[in-house]
Design a protein around this ligand. Structure first.
Ligand code: HEC
Length: 179
């Protein structure tokens, strides 16, 4: 093989140095002709620039549909931001069904549940005596200022100050506590 290539190279060298009488073979017309028609005209170029944003939106969050189905304002929640805010809660709370408690009670199925009602969690008296069902709105008040919401409760957590952060973490919880 190497010999053949060297021979070819030598032949080319010789051809390059060859006499001007050698006419260079003209390229066959059939191979040259199709090129201009095959090249896409600018108008025919597929909308490649429009495609990537669509794909990004599709992979943005696998929970986008679940968030969009929530009642306002939680349908505007950012799942990923809510997830990162929940890391503060995750020190004390698990959300998976049957995963048990940490310092705080398991939050699976919390919406629609009576406050302080898990039979195997030792709630404080103020929480046990409180009488309401968890809704997103109640959780919003609780997280705004846990201490003021139910004085004497044992959730030692400063709260989530920014309203938009509460929307995000509550939207996140509405999705993951129902899974
Ligand atoms: C330092 C630990 C800790 C952190 C952090 C914490 N919690 Fe709690 N949480 C508790 C404890 C303890 C209770 C039970 C309070 C009681 O009985 O007085 C509780 C109770 C709750 C309840 C009532 C549950 C029920 O069964 O009625 C909800 C809802 C809740 N927390 C949500 C959150 C969310 C959301 C966050 C984060 C934004 C959070 N908590 C952060 C410890 C924590």
């Amino acid at each position: 093989m190497r010999f053949t290539l060297m021979t070819a190279a030598l032949a080319l060298t010789l051809a390059a140095c060859g006499g001007p009488e050698e006419p260079a073979p003209a390229p066959p017309a059939e191979t040259a002709a199709p090129a201009p028609t095959a090249a896409p005209s600018p108008e025919m170029t597929p909308p490649a620039e429009a495609a990537p944003p669509v794909e990004e939106a599709a992979i943005e969050s696998p929970y986008a549909d679940a968030i969009a189905a929530l009642p306002a304002p939680y349908n505007e929640a950012d799942f990923e931001v809510g997830q990162s805010i929940f890391r503060q809660c995750a020190a004390c709370h698990l959300v998976e069904e049957g995963a048990g408690h940490r310092v705080g009670p398991n939050l699976h199925g919390v919406f629609g549940r009576e406050i302080g009602s898990l039979p195997d969690f030792n709630y404080s008296d103020p929480v046990k005596e409180a009488d309401f069902t968890w809704t997103p709105e109640q959780l919003d008040h609780w997280l705004e200022n846990p201490r003021a919401f139910l004085p004497g409760n044992r959730m030692s957590f400063a709260g989530v100050r920014r309203p938009s952060d509460r929307v995000n973490v509550i939207g996140y919880l509405m999705v993951v506590t129902e899974e």
